[in-house]
Design a protein around this ligand. Structure first.
Ligand code: SAH
Length: 364
């Protein structure tokens, strides 16, 4: 039955629920194999790198799941100086990474907005405007998105986290600063400006069903998004979400493996449904399974995000516990990911931006 389903070119809500519900190894292997073949058919056998610079953990948001939320007092806050960001970007450029991602906690003050604008200009000047730059800096006004676009960012990743109203409210304080509708409006404004737009969800959240995840896949399709960054939810000790749960049972080995497998199934199903979008095999997969990112690529992902955050600050940017690679240097991350890509018989697209194919197709 799965075999015929996998031959389809379009998928209904019920089909997606069926695929996400697969619970036996044989069908799971068929799903992964099909997703990988669709990836290769639409995007070839390359994987592209986005050097990830986590330049600040200062955050105004208070999301109940996140390890750098505003109210978490035991976090040593930092903001890199501009030259440190620039140095990492130039390093990535010289390595032939083709693209970087700038990520931080969320702030809307003018100091922060100007800082990002200046950094973008400096990076583009230093790298001959040849580097693809993705921003992952949360909700901003259309004006700010436009300024950063004009300064040289071409992609924006803003995870919706979940589109299920009630779950969204369970994950965020009701203080007027955490509104699902605003996040959705941000995605629309990013698109109107001309960004390649990325979004994504956390997978395996407490209270999240398979049906809910199936709706997320349809949300990605409905918003015609270009890129997806998503991964399993991971516990972060000392956050309200974890304080409310029975951690021992939620975070048992079995619990973790269920979330991990669901993460892989989501990648595969998004590949089947959305075909030509960029999908990242995120670090969160590797936080659960040593071969998490390889398995993500085998499930149809085509993007990897080697961390190039300066060693001095890696351990301060902890969205969740057990973050891998905190003790590595940028060079070690490069060697490590190169081996991972080789092991799954694909190659790294060095010196290429690796833009979203979907974006170029929809712009035609
Ligand atoms: N503040 C920025 C980006 C930083 S957080 C923004 O809002 O876009 C980047 C992503 O990390 C979030 O979108 C969220 O999906 C993910 N994240 C945060 N806490 C997490 C956790 N405990 N487990 C898994 N992913 C988490």
């Amino acid at each position: 039955m799965i075999k015929t389903l996998l031959e389809q070119t379009s998928f209904s809500y019920d089909d997606i629920v069926t695929l996400l519900s697969i619970d036996n190894q044989e069908d799971l292997d068929l799903l992964m194999k099909k997703a990988l073949s669709i990836k290769k058919q639409y995007l070839g056998s390359k994987v592209h790198y986005r050097g990830l610079i986590e330049f600040s953990n200062v955050c105004e948001k208070d999301c109940y799941y996140c390890g750098i939320r505003k109210s978490k007092e035991d976090v040593e806050r930092f903001m890199m100086d501009e030259d440190m960001v620039l140095e990492s970007a130039i390093w990535a450029y010289k390595q032939g990474y083709g693209s970087i991602t700038l990520q931080s906690g969320e702030r809307q003050d003018s100091y922060f907005i100007d800082y990002v604008e200046r950094v973008l200009n400096k990076i583009q000047d230093a790298c001959n405007h040849e580097l693809g730059i993705t921003l992952c800096l949360g909700e901003q006004t259309p004006d700010v998105y436009q300024r950063w676009f004009d300064a040289g960012a071409t992609r924006y990743l803003l995870r919706i986290e979940t589109t299920e109203d009630e779950l969204y409210r369970q994950l965020h304080p009701q203080d007027g600063h955490h509104e699902l509708s605003i996040r959705q409006a941000c995605l629309k404004s990013l698109r109107a400006i001309g960004y390649q737009v990325g979004t994504g969800v956390m997978i395996g959240l407490p209270g999240q069903s398979i049906e809910s995840l199936a709706k997320e896949v349809l949300f990605f399709k409905d918003y015609d998004i270009d890129m997806i960054g998503m991964g399993p939810y991971l516990v972060s000790a000392g956050t309200p979400l974890v304080d409310q749960m029975d951690v021992a049972s939620f975070d048992s080995l079995k619990g973790k493996m269920i979330r991990f497998e669901l993460g892989l199934k989501m990648i595969a199903v998004c590949r089947l449904v959305l075909k030509d979008v960029n999908i990242a095999a995120t670090t969160a997969l590797q936080a659960i399974h040593a071969l998490g990112r390889e398995k993500g690529i085998d499930a149809g992902a085509n993007i990897l995000m080697p961390i190039i955050t300066h060693e001095n600050h890696r351990a301060q940017y902890l969205l969740y516990d057990q973050k891998p690679c905190v003790d590595d240097t940028a060079e070690q991350c490069k060697q490590c990911l190169n081996r991972r890509v080789e092991s799954v018989e694909q190659e790294v697209g060095y010196f290429e931006k690796g833009d979203s194919r979907h974006y170029h197709n929809r712009m035609k």
